[in-house]
Design a protein around this ligand. Structure first.
Ligand SMILES: [Zn+2]
Length: 281
């Protein structure tokens, strides 16, 4: 469990990539898809094409040196992906790499990390959804806060996420099935909100989710409907325990039962109790 958790934390390098930009030299230490070296991330700009990429960690240099650009992707691809492929080809034709070293800068314009600037960048944005701000205001442990942040950003390694990243083990529909119900593809929304297993957990807690909504809206509306204090703490802990039950099934072959989830949830609530002072959230 612990090692799996740290794999998720390592995903926070996404955050580092969000605040660092590369001035391209040779392009050999820059990941073409997920590092920021032009105006936007390639994986975002060409998101349809990215779903078919064989090696998401390919460097800019290797990408430039690939003679047949289609060899970098699983085929066949969608029409949209094909359109993006031709645009990418044009981008690469206009790209110049040099023999200099690649250089990294923080996007506030210097090579030095400053936590105050990072804080402003991450937490003081005007458009941060309420549901994200509530994470940091909650009394949960930092580990659970980061988990919830990853959940809301859809950065958890669900099977659907692994498929989208081109993981070879998760390219067939039957490899992406939810291990809690064996009925649907394991997306973030399915696993935490729409799965019959999760629905039973939420029913016990009297938390109701609106269907087919964006995650931030779901959370904001559920909080209004809940009408009780500590909604965010209960939501975060319950979701965390669903994630652990799911991981227990995959990595330790532990049978997922509602009883086990209830026990773990109660234990986690107990561990958190001393962190929560009196007064509603
Ligand atoms: Zn399910």
């Amino acid at each position: 469990m612990g090692s799996f958790w740290w794999k998720d934390v390592l995903r926070l390098n996404v955050l580092y990539r969000g605040i660092a930009k590369c001035k391209l030299g040779r392009g050999d230490i820059v990941q073409a898809w997920d590092d920021l070296w032009s105006d936007s991330l390639l994986s975002t700009k060409y998101s349809s094409l990215y779903a078919y990429v064989k090696n998401p960690r390919i460097s800019v240099q290797n990408m430039m040196e690939t003679e047949d650009i289609t060899s970098m992707f699983h085929l066949p691809s969608s029409q949209q992906a094909y359109t993006e492929l031709t645009q990418l080809q044009e981008d690469l034709l206009n790209l110049e790499i040099t023999q200099d070293n690649d250089q990294w800068f923080y996007i506030w314009g210097g090579p030095c990390y400053m936590s105050s600037k990072l804080y402003k960048l991450v937490f003081a944005q005007h458009h941060t959804p309420h549901s994200v701000r509530w994470i940091w205001k909650s009394k949960c442990t930092p580990r659970l806060k980061i988990f919830m942040w990853l959940l809301q950003a859809d950065r958890l390694n669900t099977r659907n996420m692994l498929r989208r990243r081109g993981h070879p083990q998760f390219q067939q529909p039957d490899q992406c099935v939810c291990v809690l119900c064996h009925r649907e593809e394991e997306t973030r929304d399915h696993l935490f909100f729409d799965c019959i297993f999760s629905k039973r957990c939420w029913r016990l807690l009297n938390i109701h989710w609106q269907q087919h909504q964006m995650v931030h809206i779901r959370i904001e509306r559920a909080k209004i409907l809940y009408h009780q204090p500590f909604f965010m703490e209960i939501f975060i802990i319950a979701a965390w325990e669903i994630w652990k039950i799911r991981n227990g099934q995959i990595f330790d072959n532990k049978w997922p039962t509602l009883q086990l989830w209830v026990l773990n949830f109660q234990e986690q609530i107990f561990l958190h109790l001393h962190r929560v002072p009196d007064g509603p959230r």
